[in-house]
Design a protein around this ligand. Structure first.
Ligand code: ZN
Length: 499
């Protein structure tokens, strides 16, 4: 084997894997959006076969040989090529550590589990989802141990979503946040509450669809390359940088629910749409980690989307589209309403302040279950107990409790901390950005370009070239520091609630 042969083998393998993941992604997107409810069974078989193909391509002996050759001849690789081969090698070590049948069975399990979860959530029936959830937790623990037998399994899972993250760091991060958020929350709760009654007025869904198009444009999404669908749980998926899909969920009695889903998912989409051209068609294209991804989505949703400047900017359009909802409301009332702080049941609807507590509850449950300190069957009871302890709310049923999120049914265990980390990364990026850009003035004028240019330059275009910690440090010129997030929350909510 020579360098050229090894590189060709590697590149061909990438292209095949990418084609397979494209096909699988379209099937999954279809399943989540328009496929009829009874279609899961037939799709499961297709997905099993496709994932078997993917496994075989990735773990083929000639691929292993090529990767070994390339890693032995590092000096012939460019830095990007070296990064690509090394990153592939790491993910391949994970996949190769799993026996093929177990890998395939898991894909089939997830396909079924998503369907079962969906029904269980609608019917408040945790018992029907329990056997699937049990298998998902067991399988994830087993896979983590196949991959890194000497690591604590949950550390391995955290690291897969946010490279370098450990339970020790996450424990510290959450306890820091909690020590600042809880006192601030208590102060806000003692202050007069803001008015938000109008947000539950009837908002026509067809008009909300028009509003989504407006919002996507407002945050600079190029619609030639980004579509929008409707699902139970909003998400973003991308097939390449010119085909990104976001979804939302419309509620007739909660206009801002979809509004902020669209802006959140739009933030994910922008990151994918602006991945560097030089990385397209390689393993380095697209977002590097869930934490950085959430930093972008939550930057648009909260730092931009829930700013006084942005809500004021779009308010005339909101009033025009929804006169029955906002006709008798001022822009300032609208701003305060979308920033209302209140301990609540649903993570995706939570305000910026209590959001991290929702995440912390999920983190603590995952950690305990994976460590064998909590039974999967006890999740509902533990969930409800923690909501009462941390947020003071009573969970009425599992639909509004442990069945609310789609993550576990999709096999994502270790993902949740990324949301809270993302919020904190975003606040640190904002502080750095403000050194060179009048961020608030730009938003007030409806000119997001200096902001998106900054993000493109420092985050988006780098694809997966750097680890998340390094990417953040290069962007902001300092190591990760959650105190920016705490200050951001204290300033913003201190002003709104006068505390
Ligand atoms: Zn997100």
């Amino acid at each position: 084997m020579n360098f050229e042969q090894a590189w060709n083998t590697f590149r061909t393998m990438h292209d095949k894997l990418h084609a397979i993941s494209h096909a699988l992604g379209v099937v999954q997107y279809d399943a989540a959006t328009v496929a009829p409810r009874g279609s899961a069974e037939g799709r499961g078989k297709t997905m099993g076969i496709i994932s078997e193909m993917s496994y075989s391509i990735q773990t083929a002996p000639e691929v292993n040989e090529a990767v070994a050759y390339l890693l032995e001849n590092k000096d012939q690789l460019t830095p990007a090529q070296l990064r690509e081969v090394s990153e592939f090698n790491k993910s391949n070590e994970f996949v190769s550590s799993i026996p093929m049948q177990e890998y395939v069975d898991y894909t089939v399990l997830i396909n079924e589990a998503e369907d079962v979860w969906h029904r269980a959530k609608q019917e408040n029936d945790f018992a029907s989802f329990l056997p699937y959830l049990q298998q998902i937790f067991d399988t994830n623990r087993r896979f983590a141990l196949y991959y890194k037998p000497d690591n604590k399994p949950y550390d391995t899972m955290l690291d897969m979503y946010e490279k370098g993250l450990t339970m020790e760091q996450a424990d510290q991060f959450f306890s820091d946040l909690r020590s600042h958020i809880v006192p601030l929350l208590n102060k806000c709760m003692q202050a007069p509450q803001v008015r938000d009654d109008f947000l539950s007025r009837h908002a026509d869904i067809a008009t909300q669809r028009t509003f989504s198009d407006y919002l996507m444009e407002a945050i600079t999404i190029d619609r030639r390359y980004c579509g929008i669908g409707e699902t139970e749980h909003p998400f973003t998926t991308n097939f390449n940088k010119k085909d990104v899909r976001i979804t939302t969920h419309y509620h007739e009695d909660a206009l801002v629910s979809s509004m902020y889903s669209v802006i959140h998912e739009g933030g994910h989409a922008l990151y994918e749409l602006h991945s560097g051209d030089e990385y397209e068609g390689t393993f380095l294209s697209g977002g590097v980690s869930m934490g950085i991804h959430e930093s972008q989505s939550r930057f648009f949703e909260n730092i931009i989307g829930r700013s006084r400047q942005f809500t004021t900017l779009i308010f005339p359009k909101c009033q025009e589209l929804f006169p029955d909802v906002l006709g008798d409301v001022t822009a300032e009332e609208f701003y305060r309403a979308v920033n209302k702080v209140e301990p609540s049941l649903i993570r995706t609807e939570a305000d910026e302040l209590t959001y991290a507590i929702h995440v912390m509850i999920r983190y603590e449950i995952e950690k305990a279950v994976i460590a064998g300190e909590m039974q999967v069957a006890d999740i509902p009871q533990e969930w409800n107990r923690k909501y009462k302890e941390y947020l003071g709310v009573d969970v009425p049923d599992d639909t509004h409790g442990c069945l609310q999120d789609s993550h576990w049914s999709g096999g994502s265990i270790g993902y949740f901390p990324s949301y809270a980390l993302g919020s904190a990364y975003g606040a640190q990026m904002l502080a750095k950005m403000k050194e060179s850009i009048p961020v608030e003035d730009c938003v007030a004028e409806g000119n997001l370009t200096p902001i998106t240019d900054w993000l493109e330059e420092h985050v988006w275009r780098h694809g997966c070239m750097y680890d998340p910690g390094e990417l953040l440090e290069r962007a902001v010129g300092a190591p990760f520091d959650p105190s920016y997030f705490v200050r951001y929350l204290e300033d913003k909510f201190g002003e709104i609630y006068g505390v």
